[in-house]
Design a protein around this ligand. Structure first.
Ligand SMILES: C[S@@+](CC[C@H](N)C(=O)[O-])C[C@H]1O[C@@H](n2cnc3c(N)ncnc32)[C@H](O)[C@@H]1O
Length: 285
């Protein structure tokens, strides 16, 4: 990763028992990474990294959301990357998800056991190593509900992990979209690493412009995006088919369910992990 890259760094202190809740809030606001350093006296120094520059008004929105829990002060500074963006790689090791899928960093080696499917992954700066509760939840539910030979639409594809896992689990083709061009690049690269490129199409096409209806749709995106996206997203699901939603923090769960039920879906299954909800909806006729 480019050593000269510049990030925005937000720092503030909070009580230890608020770190999980605040960490989840920061991720909802597109923080790219978090560090927690315990301080003398029991508080924790939280450091959150964001892309530079932020969108207009984003810093104020983040501060106002955090100040419902902590008083601040909130300190913003520019940060020259010293390897932070790749330090996580040291902790990314092969691991199994669900029945038989093993996610393996592309720079590690792993000999799959009989029945195991191996997904090689280099997420770069895109979201999706499989270690986050929302990706894990999506993978587990996908294994349960995806039928062989289905074409999958993956909205917010990140590293491409869900699209590629779907292909390994029997999907015939995967269409992935993401607003972040870097995510699209990384997804294409991961498809090539896994020799699955000919079964994938990744692009920055907005969901409103994606054509057709799909038998299986995945969207691991935060609730504040899933809710306004409901109409174009449900319109991409074939009647009676499944829509897998994830990225939904506890406090937003009921609002997401109500919104999708009001737009022609019924809740079929749900998986909760570390305050994050993943759910399977069925589009009604
Ligand atoms: C939580 S990550 C999920 C990545 C991967 N699918 C996974 O499950 O690990 C959410 C992704 O959604 C993308 N995203 C956010 N808003 C979006 C939108 N309106 N349309 C498409 N993608 C979006 C982000 O760029 C990010 O890559």
């Amino acid at each position: 990763m480019a050593l000269e890259q510049v990030w925005l760094r937000l720092q503030f202190t909070c009580p230890t028992d608020e770190t999980e809740n605040l960490g989840a809030r920061l991720m909802e606001f597109d923080s790219l990474g978090l560090e927690e350093q315990p301080q003398e006296g029991g508080d924790v120094l939280m450091t959150a990294y964001f892309s530079h520059p932020l969108g207009e008004g984003q810093a104020e929105t983040v501060e106002s959301a955090l100040s419902a829990t902590v008083p601040g002060p909130f300190s913003w500074s520019l940060f020259q990357d010293d390897g932070w963006s790749t330090r996580w790689q040291e902790h990314f090791k092969p691991f199994a998800v669900g029945e038989g899928l093993v996610i393996c960093p592309s720079w590690e080696s792993y000999e799959p056991k009989p029945g195991q499917k191996l997904l090689l992954l280099d997420p770069g700066m895109a979201f999706g190593t499989g270690t986050h509760a929302t990706t894990r939840g999506s993978l587990l539910l996908m294994e349960r509900y995806l039928a062989p030979e289905q074409v999958v639409l993956d909205v917010g594809c990140g590293s491409g992990i869900l699209s590629l896992a779907a292909l390994l689990c029997g999907a015939s083709h995967a269409i992935g979209v993401d607003i972040d061009p870097e995510a699209v690049r990384v997804s294409q690269e991961n498809a090539e690493i896994n020799h699955l490129a000919e079964k994938t199409e990744f692009s920055t096409t907005p969901i409103e412009h994606v054509e057709g209806e799909y038998p299986f749709v995945l969207a691991n995106i935060q609730a504040h995006i899933l809710i306004p996206m409901v109409e174009p997203l449900v319109a991409r699901v074939e009647p009676d088919a499944y829509l897998l939603l994830s990225g939904i923090i506890d406090t937003k769960r009921d609002a997401v369910v109500a919104c999708y039920e009001a737009n022609g879906c019924e809740l079929v299954d749900e998986f909760v992990d570390e305050d994050w909800h993943s759910m399977v909806m069925r589009r009604l006729k």
